[in-house]
Design a protein around this ligand. Sequence first.
Ligand code: ADP
Length: 709
Amino acid sequence: MRSIVLVDSRSPGIGNGLTYSVADFTVKPGSLVNVPLRKKSMEGLVLALEEKKQDEEFSIKSIEGVLSEEPLLSDAHLKTLQWMSDYYFCSLRQALTPFLPPPPWRTLLPKDVLGYRYVQEAGKLGKKQQIVLEYLNGKDWMPLQELRRHTGASAETLRTLVARGCISEEMRSMIKKTSADDHVLLGKAPELTPIQKEAYESMKADPRPSLLFGVTGSGKTEVYASLIADVAAQGKQSILLVPEILLTQHSIKRFEEMFDRDRIAVLHSRLTPSSRRLEWMRIANGEATLVIGSRSALFAPCKNLGLVIIDEEHEWTYKNEQTPRYHARETAEALTRFANAKLVLGTATPSLETWSRAKEGTYHIARLPERYMNRPLPTVKVIDLVNVRFGQHYPFSKPLIDAIADRLKKGEQTVLFLNRRGMASAVMCLKCRRRLTSPESQLPFTMHRDPHGRAFLLDHFSGVEAELPAACPYCGNHDLFPVGAGTQKLEDTLAALFPEARLLRADSDTLQYPEQMRLLLKKMEERQADILLGTQSVVKGLDLPGITLAAVMVADVGLSLPHFRAGERVFQLLTQLTGRSGRKIPGEVIIQTFRPDSAEVIAASQHRTEDYLEAELKLRNTLKYPPATQMIRFILRDEGAEKRAKMLHASILRLIEDNRLPAQAMIAPTLFGGGRVWHILLRGLHLRTLLPKLDLINVVVDIDPVDCI
Ligand code: ADP
């Protein structure tokens, strides 16, 4: 036998594995081994086993040792790895990155721990000794730590019992296997309403991926909980993906009511390497019944996977913007297919990709058309900002100010969305009318205030900071004016308008860790705050019963971006906004916009999601944009990016013509790359056939790009 082994080395040319003879070792696909590479011994993961070819017998080196015969990755994971490498056009080594914590991988192997086993009674024992012996009697073996926790046994007691031959010491692995007999459910699974039950039953009965299309507040989380409980009762594991790390706190709380906290594992990119390793092992050992996390939690090493749920499946954060540039939805489809597990995509505003697959019948649809308890959706007021005279209060219109005042009077809560953090979205010279721009991205600097009240400039795309100059760098004039409000500015304006109101600000400046988010939610829930203002990425998924007014300050920010998904994105945001208000008591939504007639604003304000999706799908079909076509993006950076991009573009055009493909390729510097990053956008059908024919050294290939401006 010979094996294909992926070694722990980033050297070029070996990213798809090397061949080693298995010799007399016993290994399986997924086993961890030691192999020789350039005079060194290295760790490697066995990807596959093959029959040896006759003539090759002497030419290949042999595996040196087996670190773990028990596979580190399951068969379904290995197949998904291969699928990712094929589909996303990257090496297996690159595709492996999200599956395993960084090497050395042997630290992931279960270690043997000290424990004790019952042997026999032996005459009269002390009280403490008797407790330990009784506890161990009838049990197979108990690790020391657990034995101490249950009996308080001291080292002395254990030593005596061993010496008298009543118990014996033994090192064993801690692996616990979940089984259907384990009573993993703490609280009851939720009682579903008849509509929720129908959706749940239909998803259980259908093996296809299911779209759970439910209006905001319809109880999607409750339906997820029921599905997870079922899977747990079968001794299988579930993965719940949420779009934003900060929102995991919210989900964990809900699921802690159902499971013992020990049964829930949390994975996200802000974990320290050691916590990540620990969570990884708890999942691999089967101790965790439910894994909650952001995008990369999809790769949790569940050996017995029964269910993957992607909550808010339409969110952009499910696309990884670094190699491997995978989309969690597509990858989850592959993983659940290989693992024979169910996939559920939940949302109030399906992505056009999901919607078109559901319409074709590739996905099954379950609908939750009403809010829980038939609570009404909020009434929506659209305010045309063109007609508003703001005075000192930009961007607060009079009806919005009145609505907030009304909530304060009634002791109800308000949430405000603004798409920009900081003090101002740009700083403009009042004489030459130019804006201060970042040399890095060529985009306007935003103005921020540090904790001491000092203003500074920040480029949101590159992270570059700069001093606020005393005069305009172009004309020397001293009248520099901050334009466009950010969340910090909004906070000041609100404090001036409502000095008595208790304000909370939620943006990536104030919230960096899940714990901060948890405290913020607690304050809102306990009514220690009246108004929450924040950027949408942070506040859009909240389930806070006290909110009866939700408002977006300027709805158009996304609409002016030159992106074919801009409309879809604004629609999703506005619908999420309507989802925050009136979840318990009837509520209201205010949309302030410069474009009240846009299709997105009209459809969202009338809660006509399906009409919007149909119209947008038709538009994409006519204009030949995804999901009607495919898209591939090539990104070129560094030395000679422009020249290399132009050459690649020319060869792509030639191939399109030679193969008569219904496709087109557009070349441009990226909007945020400061002119140094170039990309080529390929759009059409049968595009993948071109890839093997192109010279793609030093070119990033982005399949199904989401961010393409
Ligand atoms: P969604 O995720 O669809 O926006 P949620 O699952 O957050 O909706 O549900 C909205 C609110 O209704 C939550 O506070 C939730 O606890 C409550 N709810 C929904 N369904 C039920 C149910 N079957 N039993 C009890 N409460 C429910």
